[in-house]
Write a new protein. Structure first.
Length: 119
């Protein structure tokens, strides 16, 4: 995770429990970021499937568990917000689409919405 992202996240969420947890246990190494991008590449391979499909749900579940294991407890509420950010923030969209191909960020958001029960 880049220093720019960390600084921006601290400005936005620095007063939250999730941020305090992130500061205590996050692994912002390049290897961890690369691992997350590999999971998005897997999602990209599935984007022709419905986002509710078992395969897509398993893959997006892997993303949520990875975030929980390496950064902070990624609750469904937090994950739903991340899904929106993956599309609305051009930096995230660009990196996710680079990992999984054009449309992967949109697919990730749709699969996250299905997982978290949001429309």
């Amino acid at each position: 995770m880049s220093k720019t992202y960390v600084k921006e996240a601290k400005e936005r969420w620095g007063d939250t429990a999730a941020w305090r947890e992130f500061e205590k246990r996050s692994d912002t190494s390049k290897e961890t970021g690369d691992g997350l991008m590999k999971l998005f590449a897997r999602l990209g391979e599935l984007k022709d499937l419905p986002p509710e499909s078992d395969e897509a749900q398993a893959a997006v579940g892997d993303v949520q568990r990875y975030i929980s294991a390496h950064y902070y407890e990624c609750t469904d509420g937090i994950f739903a917000g991340l899904g929106e950010t993956y599309v609305s923030d051009e930096r995230f969209r660009k990196n996710i689409d680079k990992a999984g191909g054009a449309g992967t960020a949109e697919f990730a958001r749709a699969a996250i919405r299905a997982r978290c029960g949001r429309k």
